[in-house]
Ligand binder design. Structure first.
Ligand code: ZN
Length: 365
């Protein structure tokens, strides 16, 4: 595998030399929001890195639910025409300034969280709370292309034994799950954790991180196939939400106590059951609302049972680095559903939308 990677590097540089003379590249682009069909695989200009930035030749880029929201036209400031892709791994091929030149030829994975670096939140090490917080591939052009520009401050070296495909699974999913469980919900060994919507990339990451922290994991997913796969990840009990009222089943399985932490990302359809699943003093941490943003809560339950509802998004630079360190040690095993050529990006959008995937969809230029 090692030798293969070095060959890939040489090929990459030959390819780069050819492409860079024309400054044109292939990318999965859309000109306006819409259904998966708006995504086109076509030629565009290669972007140029500025001060403090580098140009990366993309080795692999992973899809996230976020890519669907951006394509559908989330009310956010984004570039049009737009190239999505927040999870990027590749090789540094061009430096925007002198200091970046030492990075040429290195294999890197990008922290997609872009922050100002000077506000109070940034200085205190809470980058995802920065008022100017943005995400590569959401607010800027991302990695569904032959090349992408990224700030030097956001680059992390990939060890030789880790492939671009594996590295690309980590940024959004694993850093989000890391902050959600470790920092925000403060998971401790011996606690019970319930992960909702357990076939998605971030929920899979949450199951693995909760187990690593010494928690017992319960999970909710839909369909017999997903139940089996989630059990293989090490979840102790997995509920099929199409078959059972998971809050009720969980109470039976935890001797009417409930769980210490619920990890939510589904929203409206599961919210009430998620709240009912909390033990006294329990914490619900949420990083998404894939099936609807509206939710209600009985305040009497909230104060009498002393529950906590915690929002979280992405991660700080420190959390990102800690997550990578653990993942690269082999203690976390990302699940890849399928690796597709970048030209198949429209099909990958459709596939992610239908929810038939288990784990990550990876696009390779
Ligand atoms: Zn800031």
């Amino acid at each position: 595998l090692h030798a293969e990677r070095f060959c890939a590097t040489t090929d990459a540089f030959n390819f780069t030399a050819r492409t860079m003379s024309s400054r044109r590249m292939h990318a999965a682009v859309f000109d306006a929001p819409g259904p998966p069909e708006v995504v086109e695989y076509r030629e565009v200009d290669v972007p140029s890195p500025g001060q403090g930035e580098v140009l990366i030749q993309v080795g692999a880029a992973a899809m996230n639910h976020l890519d669907l929201w951006v394509r559908r036209g989330l009310p956010i400031e984004t570039t049009m025409p737009h190239i999505g892709g927040s999870d990027v791994a590749g090789i540094v091929v061009e430096a925007g300034d002198e200091t970046a030149r030492t990075l040429l030829g290195t294999r890197v994975v990008v922290n997609p969280g872009l922050s100002c670096g000077t506000c109070r939140e940034c200085v205190f090490g809470q980058q995802s709370l920065c008022p100017d917080f943005r995400i590569l591939g959401e607010h800027t052009d991302g990695g569904f292309a032959d090349f992408v520009v990224a700030p030097i401050a956001n680059l992390h070296l990939i060890p030789d034994h880790v492939s671009f495909e594996t590295a690309a699974t980590l940024p959004v999913s694993y850093s989000t799950a890391w902050r959600a469980l470790i920092s925000r919900a403060r998971v401790r060994a011996g606690e019970d954790v319930l992960v909702i919507g357990a076939s998605g990339g971030t929920a899979i990451a949450a199951i693995q991180i909760a187990k690593l922290a010494g928690a017992r994991v319960f999970a909710v997913t839909s369909g017999a196939h997903n139940v089996r796969r989630v059990k293989e990840l090490g979840a102790e009990v997995v509920y099929d939400r199409l078959e059972v009222d998971f809050a009720r089943a969980l109470h039976a399985d935890t001797r009417r106590r409930g769980v210490d932490i619920v990890v939510e990302n589904v929203g409206t359809p599961t919210w009430e059951s998620s709240i009912r699943s909390l033990a006294p003093g329990g914490r619900l941490v949420t990083y998404g609302a894939t099936a609807g943003p509206a939710a209600e809560i009985d305040l009497r339950r909230l104060f009498w049972r002393q529950l906590e509802i915690i929002g979280t998004t992405m991660s700080s630079n420190g959390e990102f680095a800690a997550m990578l360190r653990v993942a690269f040690s082999g203690a976390l095993s990302p699940v890849i559903d399928e690796i597709l050529p970048l030209s198949q990006a429209p099909a990958a959008h459709s596939r992610l939308e239908t929810g038939t995937h288990f784990g990550k969809l990876i696009l390779v230029p």
